[in-house]
Design a protein around this ligand. Structure first.
Ligand code: 2P0
Length: 303
C-alpha cells in the first residue's frame, strides 16, 4: 500500500481565535477560510516494525511527546485493540510556523486512519473527527469553509479566483502553540469580548462580500479581522505577540502596493509570516512588484 492521503492547509479570512467549549471543540465566533491547494500534507500509515507506535514528519522521527499526542487523538476514532503503527507524514508546509501545518496534517491523518483501519466514515464524520485534532482542520475539507459556533461546517461559494502568497519572515517552529496562545487570550485578554463581537460582525459582512464577489470588501475585512485577532495577544497577561518588525515591514509592502493600485491584502496567523490575498489574474504582476521589495522567501500557495 503506497498511497498517501492528502490534507490541505487553509487560511482564515475571518479567524477562529478562542474556544467556547473544548469537548466538543466549539469556536467562540463563526469563522471563514480559504483552502491553499499548494500547501499540503501527505500521510500514510504502515504496521510498525517495532513494538511502539512511531511518527515521522519529513522522515524525521518525532519525539515521544508528539507520538503520545497523536495516538491520544486517533484513539478517539480507531479500534481500541489495534496493532502498533508507523505514521509517515510529509509536509510541503513548514511545520508549526503559523502556516497552518496543523490543519493539513490533521486532515491527512484522519483520512489515512480511515483508509488504514477501513473505518468507512462519511465525509461529514471525517470533518467532525478532524476538528478534535485541530479545530481549524475541519475547514480544510472545502475550498471556502465556514465553521459555525454550533460546530457545524458549511461550504461557501464565491465566483472569484483567489490567489495567496506567503512572505516568509521565519519558518521556525513557533515559540508558543496556537492552542496555548488562544487559551491565554480567552482567559486574560482585556479586549477578548470586543474581539468576539467584531469577529461575529466580520463573519456576516464577509459572507455578503463573498456572495457579491466584492474583492475590495473581502480584502478589507480580512486585514481588519487579522489585526483585531492579533490585538488580543498584546492585551493578554503576560502579553505576547506573534508579529516581528519584519512582519510589519511585509504589511507595509502590501499597503504600498495597494496605494499604487494593486489589489492585495494581508493576513497573519499564529506566527510572524504574512500572507497576501489577491486575485489569481493579478498574481504575476503582484509577485513581480513584491519581489522587488521583499528579498526573502515567498511561497505561492495556489496553482
Ligand atoms: C485560524 N488559527 O482561524 C486561527 C487564526 C491560528 C490563528 O485556527 O487548538 O490548530 O487545535 O483548535 O486550529 C490555529 O489553531 O487550534 C488556528 P486548536 P488550531 O486559522
Amino acid at each position: 500500500m503506497d498511497s498517501y492521503s492528502l490534507g490541505y492547509a487553509n487560511i482564515a479570512l475571518v479567524k477562529y481565535w478562542g474556544k467556547k467549549s473544548k469537548d466538543p471543540v466549539l469556536p467562540f465566533n463563526p469563522n471563514i477560510s480559504l483552502r491553499l491547494d499548494n500547501l499540503l500534507s501527505k500521510t500514510k500509515i504502515e504496521p510498525s516494525l517495532t513494538d511502539e507506535d512511531e511518527f515521522y514528519i519529513n522522515d524525521e522521527k518525532q519525539s515521544q511527546e508528539e507520538v503520545e499526542k497523536i495516538t491520544k487523538f486517533i484513539a478517539k476514532f480507531t479500534p481500541v485493540e489495534r496493532e502498533k503503527i508507523c505514521i509517515k507524514s510529509y509536509n510541503t508546509v513548514p511545520t508549526a510556523a503559523g502556516l497552518s501545518s496543523s490543519s493539513s496534517g490533521t486532515m491527512a491523518l484522519v483520512l489515512a486512519c480511515n483508509e488504514y483501519f477501513k473505518l468507512n466514515k462519511t465525509a461529514e464524520e471525517l470533518v467532525e473527527i478532524s476538528k478534535e485534532g485541530s479545530g481549524s482542520s475541519c475547514r480544510s475539507f472545502y475550498r471556502l469553509a465556514a465553521w459555525l459556533e454550533d460546530g457545524s461546517v458549511e461550504e461557501l461559494s464565491c465566483d472569484l479566483d483567489f490567489g495567496m502568497m506567503v512572505l516568509v519572515v521565519n519558518e521556525d517552529r513557533k515559540k508558543i502553540s496556537s492552542r496555548i496562545a488562544m487559551e491565554r487570550c480567552v482567559q486574560t485578554s482585556t479586549t477578548f469580548d470586543a474581539w468576539v463581537e467584531k469577529a461575529k460582525e466580520d463573519f456576516v459582512a464577509m459572507k455578503i462580500a463573498l456572495e457579491n464577489a466584492d474583492f475590495e470588501k473581502i480584502g478589507a475585512i480580512t486585514e481588519e479581522n487579522a489585526l483585531a485577532m492579533h490585538a488580543t495577544t498584546t492585551t493578554s497577561t503576560p502579553s505576547f505577540t506573534f508579529l516581528t518588525d519584519e512582519s510589519y515591514r511585509a504589511m507595509e509592502i502590501v499597503k504600498t502596493l495597494r496605494k499604487k493600485g494593486y489589489r492585495c491584502y494581508f493576513t497573519m496567523d499564529a506566527g510572524p509570516n504574512v500572507k497576501v490575498l489577491y486575485l489569481k489574474e493579478d498574481q504575476e504582476k503582484i509577485y513581480e512588484e513584491i519581489s522587488k521589495l521583499w528579498q526573502k522567501k515567498i511561497i505561492l500557495c495556489m496553482e
